[in-house]
Write a protein that binds this ligand. Structure first.
Ligand SMILES: [Zn+2]
Ligand SMILES: [Zn+2]
Length: 223
């Protein structure tokens, strides 16, 4: 029997901890589209993690975790909490140190994606708060998930899941189950810091990837 020393009022929240909006420069999702999609997909909330742009939105009806996806020299780091802007191009250790100095959490984004690359845990000397074991856009999906799960187990790093969505319909393709004491941001971040998380989800359907490629093509050539 598991003895629980916490309040006994915990709840499992389903939060897509990695989505992008138009402010990323490479995504089409408008902030006002997020609540209806999140509800449709059965999510309690999202973390908006635009590229190198700290996001701290309040959206009625859903939980929004403040965050940013920082482009460190060696690859992408997800930062959660009130970390504000963090300069891109710093070393991964400098980036993680800065996130921690500001009271945030530092998680490795898509560490084993062979196309986009990623920061492997052994490249980091600073303490990490987790590893994104499921990223719906990671390539090849099954192999990158397997390697990330193995690293997570070996190093005892909490396992996060995010869609890395750049279009509204792909929000929720993966998400993180968070065992939080309440829906407050403080309790959610505490649960994430304590590792009371589990990654869930699958790859983004190729139709949606093609749709995004098509819209990029149309934008670039103004068709
Ligand atoms: Zn990334
Ligand atoms: Zn991303």
């Amino acid at each position: 029997m598991v003895h629980n020393t916490r309040s006994g009022l915990e709840m499992i929240l389903r939060i897509d901890t990695h989505i992008h909006t138009v402010l990323s420069g490479d995504a089409s999702t408008q902030v006002n589209q997020i609540p209806s999609i999140a509800k449709l997909k059965g999510l309690d909330g999202v973390a908006i993690t635009d590229h190198d742009r700290f996001s701290n939105h309040h959206i009625d009806g859903i939980i929004v975790i403040p965050g940013v996806e920082v482009s460190a020299r060696e690859g992408h780091i997800l930062a959660y909490g009130d970390v504000e802007e963090i300069s891109p191009g710093l070393s991964v250790d400098e980036t993680v140190r800065l996130i921690h100095e500001r009271g945030g959490l530092a998680i490795l984004a898509h560490p084993y994606d062979v196309v986009r690359g990623g920061v492997k845990p052994e490249m980091v000397s600073e303490r990490l708060d987790g590893i994104e074991t499921i990223n719906s856009r990671s390539n090849p999906f099954r192999l990158s998930k397997h390697l990330a799960e193995r690293a997570s187990r070996r190093l005892g790093l909490p396992s996060f899941g995010g869609s890395d969505s750049h279009t509204p319909e792909t929000i929720g393709d993966a998400y993180t189950c968070i065992d939080s004491d309440s829906r407050s941001l403080e309790d959610i971040l505490t649960a994430m810091r304590d590792g009371r998380v589990q990654a869930v989800g699958g790859p983004t359907c190729c139709v949606n990837i093609l749709r995004r490629a098509g819209s990029n093509f149309t934008r670039r050539f103004r068709i």
